[in-house]
Design a protein around this ligand. Sequence first.
Ligand code: SF4
Ligand code: SF3
Length: 551
Amino acid sequence: MSMFCFQCQEAAKGTGCTISGVCGKNESLANTMDLLLYTCKGLSFYVYELKKHGIETLEFDKYVMNSLFKTITNVNFNKQSILLTIHEGLALKRKARTLLSKNGIKLEDSIIPECAKWEAFTDVELERKSHHVGILQESNEDIRSLKELLIYGVKGMAAYAEHAYNLDHVDNEIFLFMHKALSTTLRTDITVPELIDLIMECGKFGVQVMALLDKANTSRFGNPEITKVNIGVKNNPGILISGHDLRDIEDLLEQTEGTGVDVYTHSEMLPAHYYPAFKKYKHFVGNYGSSWWNQREEFEKFNGPILFTTNCIVPPLPNSSYKDKIYTTGQAGLEGAIHIPDRENGKRKDFSIIIEHAKRCAPPTELENGEIIGGFAHAQVLNLADKVIDAVKSGSIRKFVVMAGCDGRMKQRQYYTDFAKNLPKDTVILTAGCAKYRYNKLPLGDINGIPRVLDAGQCNDSYSLAVIALKLKEVFGLSDINELPIVYNIAWYEQKAVIVLLALLYLGVKNIHLGPTLPAFLSANVAKFLVETFGISGITDVENDIQAMTH
Ligand code: SF4
Ligand code: SF3
């Protein structure tokens, strides 16, 4: 076996990618990423000690946060950038050790991780090492499963913390937990109960990080509002911006204003349209295409440059017409694409190269036309609270079905379209994340003016759905969130969905249906634990599941 990865829902054969990744990650990149993760664990080991002694660690925190984000599915396909990041991490490890000794903090030699001794290694030596640090090094299947569940939750947490950080919102407690969790996974004597406790704690910080990001977004861009988004095209050349980073789209919109270049959102950037701060831009014209996995087809028709701020990148085929039009920024990366460097000293990122590129391109070719509606994050829904409560009390709305999460390319995901289509007419779908593209263009109608699909925003805006549920619980005077007429049928793909799931479990939500398949990284015993403790289950078929969830 030349590589092993099972962190996403599309893991080969439902067990793990062993030759190359279904996502496009090859053996060499996969192993380098294992090494980067291991480097982070080693660094976190020192940083956790520094933090416990109250020593300033922001430089290290940032490094670990960014590096974890790079290893999330479909974020970074540039091995050179991963290798550079590893070397940076080794240097930081030296620095952290020096800081420890300067502060008179002594660590037992026996507990210092192996990776601490690699500081002077060359790329070749490091690559050799990379075969000894992967997931399968942990031989106990249940411990491996729990460690990976924890790590994927922390990766998702890191991604959301990074977006908040870019908007000047930082929470030291989240960093502290990140280091504690990562360094603990190096322990060979860790027990199942200890790991379960950490996983629950991870859910707590999942809620905290999503709340932080919500505050970062809404304090800068305003509260999302009900918005109709154009899905057709205009006559100017355009830039397509994908991913989740709202600070990036802010910079891009500002710099493209008055240039004759339009800006379109793609996939998870769609919810940017819902924020008041971006509505003033006349050249912010719509959303192009559907969810991430259709990009090889849809980007052929866009004609202009495409900027990836985060996942989900699908590496273009060698004969694609758009392969020279891709740009990345932040933690995203792709071999052959131009990477836009980070902001310096509070300045904006410089997107001029993309704008100049766009000016040389034809306007986008129309894929579809019409509008989609969204912007139902917590503040907007709570503004409509009276209407919603009346509809529930009168029986016009019988159930809310949370269908948040991710989309993906597996054929089985047609289930979510059919599920949405066949839900009884007195049900409302609450959604967030790119899972919505399976049903957000269907004519599902409304109930007394309330649309039957309420889109809160990006995957992190699942937090909004939790806030809405907690508010309804209070209004209806219920003692348990599970007494609400809300059911959960969540679709997952990558590791941000893991932190969303852990956050929901932490909030006490029970009986979540998770699909289209359960994670390959859950061992039989860990899956059994989740079923018995939280009532988590998979999906069956549309008819059965609708019957079970709505009656
Ligand atoms: Fe396979 Fe998913 Fe890992 Fe990619 S991220 S290598 S598709 S398990
Ligand atoms: Fe989608 Fe990739 Fe997860 Fe943010 S963009 S939800 S899959």
